[in-house]
Design a protein around this ligand. Structure first.
Ligand code: NAP
Length: 278
């Protein structure tokens, strides 16, 4: 598995695993745990979750999946904006750790901006690092102006990751946000990289490129997010077949003709587009 080096020198796999909607229905529980464990075996050892996913149910399921494997995993969770005060962030993190059955997170993110001043949340992140409860922190859904504001806050420059909506249907960050992050060594993490398994995968142009390489549309969608050496990507897969297919996307190399076809169907941005979020 190719890796991305974070600003502190830590290497993480480019392809990780999302968990939104996991743990929500008992019927899929066993299959979801098995899919996450298979993904870990295949090198997708970065697992992304959040306190709001299934109201904690996703974190509990992740905890089950990583039991006995904690040291092999780069574990990411997120604080909800409504909890992101100095005290609230610490309490939310402690509750996440309990649900995940671990003593530390590798990365803790502010899920999106809310009513609490950024300085309060950053101070809480520092408290959590000092207590050994998180190893580093980052943000999510931050556009360039939000990142610039964060850089002005005491300690804000320690932000390691910005998790953003990035896929062929949402190429806006290519215009300004990706270069901004690259320059400051904040790793972008692409969420919904396969368009939530929806209309994107039915686009004929994506199918055409997939057929040229004997791959699937989902794998080509992933190849788009893996195009940049510094970008992480976290597809969510609740079945063994999907997780195996996604892991195999790490090796796809598209050629100039493929990119031309994709650029025509999914044009790159020619001007600033506000960062979209789901
Ligand atoms: P996604 O990963 O683009 O798509 C997931 C959907 O695609 C699921 O329905 C999945 O079905 C299906 N799928 C997976 N692999 C497939 C394959 N090879 N072929 C066909 N379909 C496939 O969407 P996402 O879950 O929204 O985003 C990924 C992760 O990013 C989330 O799980 C979450 O961890 C994170 N996220 C963060 C934010 C944020 O605000 N920070 C927002 C959204 C998402 P099965 O489950 O049946 O396999």
């Amino acid at each position: 598995m190719r890796t991305v080096e974070l600003a502190d020198g830590t290497s993480v796999p480019m392809l990780g695993q999302g968990t939104w909607m996991m743990g929500e229905t008992g019927a899929r529980h066993g299959e979801e745990v098995a899919a996450l464990r298979r993904g870990i075996e295949l090198g997708m050892t970065l697992i992304d979750t959040a306190e709001i996913y299934g109201d904690g149910a996703s974190e509990e399921l992740v905890g089950e999946a990583i039991e006995g494997l904690r040291d092999d995993v780069f574990l990411v969770s997120k604080v909800a904006p409504s909890h992101a005060s100095r005290r609230g962030t610490v309490a939310a993190c402690e509750a996440s750790l309990a649900r995940l059955g671990t003593d530390r997170l590798d990365l803790y993110l502010l899920h999106w901006r809310g009513r609490f001043p950024l300085g309060e949340t950053v101070a809480a992140m520092e408290d959590l690092i000092d207590a050994g409860k998180i190893l580093r922190w980052g943000v999510s859904n931050f556009d360039v102006s939000d990142m610039e504001e964060l850089m002005e806050v005491d300690g804000g420059r320690a932000c390691a990751v910005n998790q953003i909506l990035l896929n062929l249907d949402h190429r806006g960050p290519e215009f300004d946000l990706l270069p901004w992050l690259d320059e400051r060594i904040v790793a972008p993490m692409a969420y919904s990289p396969i368009g939530q398994g929806g209309a994107l995968l039915r686009r004929p142009e994506l199918r055409e490129v997939a057929e040229r390489h004997d791959k699937t549309p989902a794998q080509i969608a992933l190849a788009y997010t893996l195009r940049w050496p510094g970008v992480l990507s976290i597809p969510k897969a609740g079945t063994l077949a999907h997780v195996e297919e996604n892991a195999a996307a790490a090796d796809i190399r598209l050629d100039a003709e493929d990119w031309a076809l994709l650029d025509e169907a999914f044009p790159p941005p020619e001007r600033k587009m506000p960062l979209a979020m789901i």
